[in-house]
Design a protein around this ligand. Structure first.
Ligand SMILES: N[C@@H](CCC(=O)N[C@@H](CS)C(=O)NCC(=O)O)C(=O)O
Length: 266
């Protein structure tokens, strides 16, 4: 029995859900309300001491860290395999994933809270606003969250964060070769699962023009292919509540001019 503690919009949850879906693994959902502070609930923190989603429980054993969860799933449920068999290609895949985990994922929190959820948080009572950052255990992450809630698009962290996303797209455009359409060639892999949520986040935050065929043709084809996967609707788009998605898009539209200028200046 597989149980996943996750959130519909969380990038790390999305990358695990698409792997569950592509492997056809049945799972029980426990949705964690990140805006309501469910990640800080003492019962949940017993499972995930980092106060983050996702957490996977398989037959009573607890697994945290989305990349390691995906590797565990690929070991435990090997069909279809989602890592290249060739050691050189596997290294390239893991390097791609490591870069996203280390550089792009922290940037996702900056752009999501600084653009999409900030107006909602600023409309809340001060103690609720403070709860949005004060319980985050990692000091660097806590400081970045506070800064983007206070300063939004003007936060000093924003330039590096948007730059990390654009760098990811450029790397994908350079990496996807004629064998494509996937990052590692002909077969969908954990690298694609890892990139998906971050590319999707750009579309949700008024930066979808960066994915256009005329701008990055290989990324555009990759994005179309991944959205056509059999499990995409059930595991990704179908999970995103329309009012929350509309809020993301509306708030991002309000700073589109600043975002375009920032990207042009990179
Ligand atoms: N390295 C962790 C990062 C997990 C993470 O940052 N999760 C985010 C959602 S994508 C989260 O739970 N954030 C809690 C918050 O926003 O307070 C992983 O890969 O699982």
């Amino acid at each position: 029995m597989i149980e996943l503690y996750h959130n519909a919009f969380s990038s790390c949850s999305q990358k695990v859900r698409i792997v569950l879906g592509e492997k056809g693994i049945g799972w029980k959902s426990h949705e964690i309300d990140l805006q309501g502070g469910g990640q800080h609930d003492p019962e949940y923190v017993k499972l995930n001491p980092n106060h983050v989603v996702p957490t996977l429980v398989h037959d009573g054993r607890v697994f945290i860290e989305s990349t390691l969860i995906n590797e565990y799933l690929d070991d435990e449920f090997p069909n279809p395999p989602l890592r290249p068999g060739d050691p050189v290609e596997r290294h390239a895949m893991r390097l791609f994933v490591k870069h996203i985990d280390e550089k792009v994922h922290p940037a996702a929190g900056v752009i999501t809270y600084g653009i999409a959820t900030r107006p909602m948080i600023l409309g809340q009572p001060p103690e609720v606003q403070e709860a949005a950052w004060s319980q985050i255990p990692d000091p660097a992450r806590r400081a970045a969250r506070k800064s983007v809630i206070e300063n939004g698009i003007e936060a000093p962290e924003m330039r590096g964060a948007v730059g990390a996303f654009i760098g990811m797209l450029d790397e994908m455009e350079a990496t996807i070769d004629d064998r494509g359409p996937w990052v590692c060639g002909e077969h969908f892999s954990l690298a694609d699962a890892c990139a998906l949520p971050y590319v999707l986040r750009l579309e949700h935050l008024a930066m979808g023009s960066q994915l256009a065929a005329g701008v990055r043709p290989r990324v555009a084809r990759w994005f179309a292919e991944i959205q056509a996967l059999e499990s995409y609707e059930e595991m990704i788009s179908g999970q995103l509540l329309a009012p929350i998605l509309a809020m993301f898009q509306k708030n991002a539209e309000e700073v589109r001019g600043e975002l375009d200028a920032l990207i042009a200046s990179l």
